[in-house]
Design a protein around this ligand. Structure first.
Ligand SMILES: C[S@@+](CC[C@H](N)C(=O)[O-])C[C@H]1O[C@@H](n2cnc3c(N)ncnc32)[C@H](O)[C@@H]1O
Length: 193
């Protein structure tokens, strides 16, 4: 199965799919943090029509997240562009699509998410509401509900890489995506064959 993980520098989702035998590639304007050869350092719009079976997209939330609402009046053009990028990803010519973002204005400008998940549903004792917009994919089933409701991001020290730590996908969520959506898409491909 050909998997494109858009807007991913960390390789967390890419690796979760590759471990299960899928032909997964990440794409980001930044280099792959793990130095993987299975990474496009590029604008994802340049590789989006390479005949993928599934797209998992993590577009930037800087101008979209409701947590930044106090800055909204100063960045209307940036918001228009960020929403256009989200629309392009959701309209990509790929049969199965998941797009992930925090609670954001995507809900009011495009549509409400299909699901809101938390890291504590997937083995991490932390809170971080993560919305999923899904196209031809089932909702994720929690794999390991754990105690602990810490908001780790608020404790991170300031610094140039803080945004990377805040935006890195949780391993447990990536493993669930690969196991559940990988199996679902494989079944759909068998039915279609
Ligand atoms: C919120 S972060 C997602 C990080 C991701 N969860 C991970 O674990 O690597 C958004 C990423 O989108 C990338 N990005 C922004 N515009 C892009 C574009 N047009 N094509 C590819 N990547 C892009 C940024 O460089 C940034 O790394």
């Amino acid at each position: 199965m050909r998997v494109l993980v858009a807007c991913e520098f960390s390789g967390v989702v890419r690796r979760a799919f590759r471990v299960l035998g899928h032909n997964a590639w990440s794409c980001d304007l930044l280099p792959a943090e793990d130095g993987s050869p299975h990474h496009f350092r590029n604008d994802v719009r340049r590789v989006i029509d390479f005949d993928w079976d599934i797209l998992i997209a993590h577009p930037p939330c800087t101008h979209l997240a409701v947590s930044g609402a106090r800055w909204f009046k100063d960045k209307q053009q940036e918001q228009v562009e960020a929403l256009d990028f989200v629309r392009e990803l959701l309209d990509a010519p790929i049969p199965h699509i998941a797009l992930e973002n925090p609670i954001s204005i995507i809900s009011s400008h495009i549509r409400k998410p299909d699901q809101i998940i938390q890291p504590w549903m997937f083995g991490h004792g932390e809170t971080k509401a993560t919305c999923l917009w899904l196209k031809n994919l089932p909702k994720l089933v929690p794999t390991n509900i754990v105690d602990g409701r810490e908001a780790r991001v608020h404790k991170m020290p300031p610094g140039p890489d803080r945004w990377k730590e805040r935006s890195r996908t949780f391993e447990g969520i990536a493993a669930a995506m690969a196991a559940q959506w990988g199996a679902y898409v494989a079944d759909q491909m068998k039915v279609a064959a």
